[in-house]
Design a protein around this ligand. Sequence first.
Ligand code: ATP
Ligand code: MG
Length: 479
Amino acid sequence: MKLQTDFSKIMNSQLFHVLKNTVEELSVEAFVIGGFVRDFILKRKQKKDLDIVVLGSGIDLAKALQIKLPGAKPVQIFKTYGTAMIHWEGLDIEFVGARKESYLPESRNPKVTPGSLSDDQNRRDFTINTLAISLNHSNFGAFIDPFNGLEDLKNKILRTPLDPNVTFSDDPLRMLRAIRFSNQLNFTIEARSLQAISKNRSRMNIISMERIVDELHKILVTPKPSIGFTLLEKTGLLKFILPELIALKGVEEIEGQSHKDNFYHTLEVVDNLCPNSDNLWLRWAALLHDIGKAETKKFKHSAGWTFHNHEFVGAKMVYKIFKRLKMPLNEKMKFVQKMVLMSSRPIVIAEEQVTDSAVRRLVFDAGSEIEDLITLCEADITTKNHQLFKRYHNNFKLVREKIIKVEEKDHLRNFQPPVSGEVIMQFFGLYPCREIGIIKEAIKEAILDGEIPNKNEAAFERMKEEGKRLGLTPHEKSI
Ligand code: ATP
Ligand code: MG
């Protein structure tokens, strides 16, 4: 891809002119730096943040600029970090004083002292993130690239500006960032930097779970997350994040029978899913859909390799994993659990001559998530046998058709009991008791079995029959 190194278009914009004038008025020096410059050169869709490093007070520059930008929101000041931010025309402009950092082994938060531009560039994670453009009158628009970051952008290489062992040990989050950038940008991590990641892997212990999960999410939303997860595994970082996935690695053979490598299978499923769903949580479900297989793996003479009940075990593991990663234990987690738990259900329907009743039960249990579940199952097809691949996909097409048919008839997706508990109580003159539950369950079962339609009248008749069977008599007013 051709890089874009002519900055005149942005330098001539209103914002950069105002910036230049303000920088001059305050007699400070300032530079645009980092992700904005990198993404401009790569012609990536510009994100909404613009980082400006200042030799002097970033807060003062932000305040002076805010007054001159029509419609700019008040300056937000982050005292602890000495940074300031202006929100203007959908852009977050962040100002930070140039800094020099020194680290203590137990923390990734450094001691910070004011520094030069070059100090500030030294402390950055990758050469491609050190690129700066001058906002100063004397050399407005000059490109400052002390580490040949432009060359690395051309060659698609991630390299730390200083000794990678120091860079990664100082702030091990950079190891995850390396892998994430490699995945996002399709860049190669230079050999010495890659080795340093492996070497410093135990430094993962000082990164907060929130930051780890942030990076995992950025990997998961790329078009091909397997790139990131393969690197996480190869460098040994995955062990600190999701050891359960590593437990899926490997193939065992007994009596000439082997099973597939469920680690690589899992990554393939995640990749397969990506073109068909942007839903981050469905991608999580793909990542964890076979997570219970390590614990449930058994070899049986008669049946070969089995993973009996792995979906159930897996769904329970989802909770533990989310908890350990400090991810919210909310409806998103429940969705992932549900997908894992149900991940084999549609296969049964695809494989056999099924009754409408089995389809109805699947739709009933999956509810509004039926679409996502089938999409996940389709991604789960990783056979390399073309014939089988085609047949399995075709089977799911049929499953989708069956679901539509059943849905048209019975509307089971968001099932509401057609006869309520209140109606039952009134009809038989009951107070709350277990018979009401029994009757409701009988009606639901009759609908799912296709004995009666999901309609009020038919359900009412079934209620009467079921009441009779239970020895109930209609209340006088009901007759
Ligand atoms: P993205 O916004 O896609 O995550 P980015 O490069 O803009 O990419 P930010 O987290 O916004 O990343 O950080 C802005 C800049 O700050 C980076 O380009 C990099 O120069 C620097 N930076 C961010 N995090 C670190 C870090 N942990 N160590 C060193 N430098 C960092
Ligand atoms: Mg950024």
